[in-house]
Design a protein around this ligand. Structure first.
Ligand SMILES: *Cc1c(COP(=O)(O)O)cnc(C)c1O
Length: 401
C-alpha cells in the first residue's frame, strides 16, 4: 500500500506561552497604539525596532503594518515619481509588483535563472533600456543571487537597490545578512514568513534621510522622537513638513509577540534548514527532477522547498501534482495557465504588461513549490520526499515526457 502523508502544509507552530503572556499584558494595559505609552515606557513597537536593528546590524528600523507596506514606503522614501520604471523580479509574489503600482511606479520585470534568482545579464540590459534608477530585488523563496556581482553592477550603473527580504530574514550572502546590501530592506511578519504576527512588516536602512521620510510616511505624526531606532530630530526639521502621513504603523500587540519570537529566530532558522536538507537529500538523483543549486556563499533560510520539472509537458506536471495531492503532499505549481492561491507570475499581472521572456517562461513553467512549516518533523519531510520521488518516477517518460 502507498504511504499517505497526513500533515497540514499551512499549519505553523503555535504562538509560545511567553509571547501570549506579552500580548495579554498589552491588552490589559489598553494601550495598543504605538504612541500610546505610559510614563517612562518605551513601548513594544519602539523596543522591537531597536532589537531588530541590533539583530540586523542596521542603524535604523521602522515597524509597519505589512511587508508590502514596507516596500511601498521604501519606494516613496526614494522619491518615486508617477510613471517611473522600477525593476523587479519576474519570479516573485504579487505584493511586490503591487507595491510598485501602489506608488504610481511601473514594474519592469527581470528574468529568472534555473537557480531561481534574478538573471544578471537581463538586469543589465533592462537597466540600460529603461534608464531605471531603482531595483526592487525580491529574494523570492529565499534564493539569493550573487550579491557581490549584483551590487557591483547596480553601483556601476547608479541603480539603488531595495531588498525584499520576505523569505530571507536571517539568511546571509558571503557572511553578510540579507538586507544589508541594498540602501533599504523590507521584511514581512505575515503568518507564512519567519516571524509570525499575522500581518506586519519591518524596514531597515543606514540612511538617515530615507528613514526620517519613511518614519513620517508611516504615520508618526510629530511623535518621531519616541522612536528608539529612528534618525535624530535634526533629520526631521524639513521632512516633517514635506512628508505626507500614509498611516501604516505597527501596534504594540503584534510587536509584543514578535519581540519574543525574534529571540529564537536563529534557532528556528536552523530547524527550517534541517527540514530542507532532509527533503533535498530525499529527492537527490531523481530522474527528470532538478534540484535548485545552492551556492556555497549562500547561507539560506528555508521555510519552503522548490524543485524543477524542466521541459515537462503541462499534462505530465498536472499529473504529478494530482498524484502527490492524493497522497497528502500539496505541491504548488507556478506554471499553471491560471494563477491560483498564492502563485501567480509576471504575465498574470496584466496591469503591468511585459515583453515575453522565453527563458524565464521555461523555468517558471517547471517550478514546483512546497511549504515546510516547523510543525513537520524531519521524519515527515523524509516521507514527503519519498512520495514526490515515487510519483515523479511514475509519471516521467524521458526527455520531452
Ligand atoms: C509575503 C511577501 C511579501 C509581502 O508581505 P506582506 O506582509 O504579505 O505584505 C513580499 N514579498 C514576498 C516575496 C513575499 O512572499
Amino acid at each position: 500500500m502507498n504511504e499517505i502523508f497526513t500533515g497540514n502544509f499551512t499549519q505553523q507552530e503555535p504562538i509560545s506561552d511567553e509571547a501570549i503572556e506579552a500580548a495579554v499584558n498589552v491588552m490589559r494595559s489598553g494601550r495598543l497604539h504605538r504612541y500610546n505609552v505610559g510614563e517612562g515606557e518605551d513601548g513594544e513597537v519602539a523596543l522591537l525596532e531597536q532589537e531588530f536593528a541590533a539583530y540586523m546590524g542596521s542603524k535604523y528600523c521602522l515597524a509597519v503594518s505589512s511587508g508590502g507596506y514596507a516596500i511601498a514606503t521604501a519606494l516613496r522614501a526614494l522619491g518615486i515619481a508617477p510613471g517611473e520604471p522600477v525593476l523587479t523580479n519576474a519570479f516573485t509574489l504579487a505584493p511586490v509588483p503591487g507595491a510598485i503600482a501602489s506608488t504610481g511606479g511601473v514594474p519592469v520585470f527581470v528574468g529568472v535563472t534555473e537557480d531561481l534568482v534574478i538573471d544578471l545579464p537581463d538586469l543589465e540590459a533592462k537597466i540600460k533600456a529603461t534608464g531605471s534608477r531603482i531595483l526592487l530585488l525580491s529574494h523570492m523563496r529565499g534564493h539569493i543571487c550573487d550579491m557581490d556581482d549584483l551590487m557591483m553592477l547596480c553601483n556601476a550603473l547608479e541603480v539603488q537597490v531595495i531588498e525584499d527580504c520576505a523569505h530571507t530574514m536571517g539568511a546571509r550572502w558571503n557572511g553578510i545578512l540579507s538586507g544589508r546590501h541594498g540602501v533599504m530592506a523590507a521584511y514581512s511578519t505575515q503568518t507564512y514568513k519567519h516571524l509570525n504576527s499575522g500581518e506586519g512588516g519591518l524596514l531597515i536602512s543606514d540612511d538617515p534621510d530615507l528613514m526620517a521620510k519613511a518614519t513620517m510616511l508611516s504615520g508618526s505624526y510629530m511623535l518621531f522622537e519616541r522612536h528608539l531606532a529612528a534618525p535624530g530630530p535634526e533629520y526631521f526639521t524639513e521632512t516633517k513638513y514635506q512628508t505626507p502621513n500614509i498611516s501604516g504603523r505597527m501596534d504594540h500587540l503584534r510587536a509584543a509577540i514578535l519581540r519574543v519570537q525574534l529571540r529564537d529566530l536563529d534557532q528556528q532558522c536552523a530547524r527550517w534548514n534541517e527540514r530542507y536538507k532532509v527533503v533535498e537529500d530525499g529527492l537527490a538523483d531523481t530522474t527528470g527532477l532538478a534540484l535548485i543549486n545552492r551556492p556555497e556563499a549562500e547561507a539560506y533560510v528555508a521555510s519552503s522547498f522548490q524543485f524543477l520539472l524542466l521541459d515537462w509537458s503541462e499534462e505530465a506536471i498536472d499529473d504529478v501534482v494530482a498524484r502527490c495531492m492524493k497522497r497528502g503532499v500539496e505541491l504548488k505549481w507556478f506554471g499553471g495557465a491560471e494563477p491560483a492561491g498564492f502563485t501567480s507570475r509576471y504575465d498574470s499581472w496584466r496591469y503591468a504588461p511585459s515583453e515575453a521572456m522565453p527563458g524565464s517562461d521555461r523555468v517558471l513553467k517547471g517550478i514546483l513549490d512546497l511549504r515546510l512549516p516547523l510543525t513537520f518533523s524531519p521524519a515527515d519531510c523524509a516521507q514527503i520526499a519519498r512520495i514526490i520521488r515515487a510519483e515523479v518516477a511514475a509519471v516521467y517518460q524521458g526527455p520531452q515526457g
